[in-house]
Design a protein around this ligand. Structure first.
Ligand code: GLN
Length: 190
């Protein structure tokens, strides 16, 4: 059976995620902008972009409550960068959005656009090869609950975490040509 994965396409890097998903076997990928589309998917990616803008657009497009409900019902969801901020229970100095994972994030804590960087790490759950980790005005994860598993750390801070059906990465696997992270996310669909 094909798995249908949506990418929230209100603002930010949806196209890049869709491009990687289309390379996976047994996966159908669609951009999501409406409630009907959101109801139809087995899993959803919240892409990078500007969390404050995407957060507002979720209300304007009337997707916020349905998305929160679907996450509570167990739909796998993956936030990259801005998506991580949208899923966090706590955001330093701001009200949270979806409150779906027990982490505290500080926006832009790795610096400005010009401080963007790329590093490498082996993440055993994802691949036995090194993954490229691309950080663009990424949030820093300052604290996390006992119910959250850390998949990858950079220095003192975790940069990829999972709690049940919720996956977050502070970096951008969709900007690399390695589909391992997307394959892992697809495997979260049962
Ligand atoms: N700095 C952005 C924010 O705070 C996130 C950047 C990104 O998604 N690459 O929302």
């Amino acid at each position: 059976m094909n798995k249908k994965i949506g990418v929230l396409a209100l603002q930010g890097s949806a196209e890049e995620h869709l491009g990687v998903l289309m390379r996976l076997d047994s996966v159908i990928a669609i951009p999501v902008h409406t409630k009907e589309e959101l109801k139809s998917v087995d899993a959803l990616i919240l892409p990078g972009g500007e969390s404050s803008v995407i957060g507002k657009l979720l209300h304007i497009f009337d997707l916020f409550d349905l998305l929160k409900e679907r996450i509570q019902d167990g739909m796998p969801v993956w936030g990259t960068c801005a998506g991580t901020i949208l899923l966090a229970n706590h955001i330093v100095g701001e009200d949270p959005y979806l409150s779906a994972i027990n982490i505290t994030v500080a926006r832009n804590a790795y610096g400005r656009q010009i401080d963007s960087f790329c590093t490498k790490a082996i993440i055993p759950q994802i691949s036995n090869r090194e993954s490229d980790l691309i950080f663009i005005r990424a949030p820093k994860i300052l604290s996390w609950g006992n119910d959250v598993d850390i998949l990858c750390r950079l220095g003192d801070s975790p940069v990829a975490l999972r709690s049940g059906n919720v996956l977050v990465t502070a970096f951008h696997p969709e900007l690399t040509d390695d589909p391992s992270f997307h394959r892992y996310f697809a495997s979260m669909i049962r």
